[in-house]
Design a binder for this molecule. Sequence first.
Ligand code: ADP
Ligand code: MG
Length: 484
Amino acid sequence: MPPDLLENPALLQQLAMQSIFGCFERLSEGTIIVDRRARVVWINDRYASRLRVDPVRAIGQDVEAIIPNSLMRKVVETGEPILLDLLETADQTFLVMRMPIRDGQDQVIGAIGFALLSHYESLLPLFAKFSALQQELATANRKLQEARRTRYTFSSFIGTSPATLEVKRLARRAAQVQASVLLHGETGTGKELLAHAIHAAGPRADRPFVVVNMAAIPESLLEAEFFGVSPGAYTGADRRPRAGKFELAHRGTLFLDEVGDTPLPLQAKLLRVLQEQEFEPLGSNRVLRVDVRILAATSRDLEAMVAEGRFRKDLYYRLNVLRIPLPPLRHRVEDLELLCEHFLDRSALQHGTSSREISPEAISLLRGHAWPGNVRELANVLERAVMNTDRSRLEPEDFPEIPGGVRRPEEDPVRPGPAIAPPAVVDYRKALAEAERRILTLALEASQGRVVEAARRLGIGRATFYKRMAALQMNSKIRDMSSI
Ligand SMILES: Nc1ncnc2c1ncn2[C@@H]1O[C@H](COP(=O)(O)OP(=O)(O)O)[C@@H](O)[C@H]1O
Ligand SMILES: [Mg+2]
């Protein structure tokens, strides 16, 4: 390097800048300069022809008139460069780089933009990937919106057994009125799912659905949870000001889950709010009026609790205006197959794999289980089975946790063996019906749905078999099976 240049750093800097500019200008597909009001000052011929504009007529126009998606105005306004970005014009994508131009006093007086290298072969895969990803994103967004819209409708409550249809009929009716609803059923029977669907099908659907789980919140915090803590109040460490669930649910629905776990003192306060639709946040003397619809759920026997004095009778009547009993899964084993399909599809969707099937033998094993955790337990059992095997079709041995699990094929499935779990119901008649239903089902399945064969295996007549099925409301079963 000539020594005179080293002694003249200002000149060196100027030459460096010229070189960089020349370099970029040669490499780039286009160069554009705008003034501090983002009007085009200069555009090179290559860019103009790419953009199909007249380079002379472009001068003085707002940059967006030439390049609709341009961010040059942002660069001028913020003074910040945008070093790498993709710019989409009507028919092509450019890799662009935009920098502010400053005067001697460091004031932004304009900006320069380079549209780089879109003609470079090596960048083509990148551009292709970009547009593919964009399309995927658009599709995913559409699906997400659809999923959000349909998430909590009655159709997401799966099942076609008479018991399930009755639950859905009651729930549809509940959606049309404003009265309180008490959902009663064992854990995992779908109380929360149904409460959500009732809310979503009613006139409050666009307003919030707020859940309070009485069993999950420590007693000392429940009051603040419901009524909120006023900003003006004396506040301890755990009492920061915040809105209570009643306020959050205003004009919407408040779902009181495990309402049987509500401590007695709070029951009195709740009752007052439900009657008067107004309350005072903790530490305030302001009265808030709310318009809230109440749905409540319990897995406990509230009547017994009332009788024992552990649940207020007046609150019970207030909540129990409409009552929807949710039957346990073992009382509607007809739904089991549909539920399995539903959860296997859902799991496939979540894992991005294709959906697993489930063999009739595995279904019949699952039918025999008592399902104390109901649909939630079924979902978990299926999820574990899917995780533990790569097989596309789930077999009985994929459910080692189900009692009476792996059955040797030569064993007669009709013989009351471990596959027929003891019915977990207390009522004698119900228990008998349950056991009989299982025996008929197992016989049918062992006979590929042929009633004559199933009856023969059990040593009874065909007419008797049909009569027992009808008595046990297994008619759907006959229809299902007759096509096999
Ligand atoms: N009939 C049903 N169809 C589809 N999924 C169900 C059904 N019942 C319950 N589930 C699912 O089982 C799980 C437990 O349901 P949830 O409503 O929380 O039960 P609960 O509140 O009665 O304990 C949830 O994942 C729910 O979506
Ligand atoms: Mg629940």
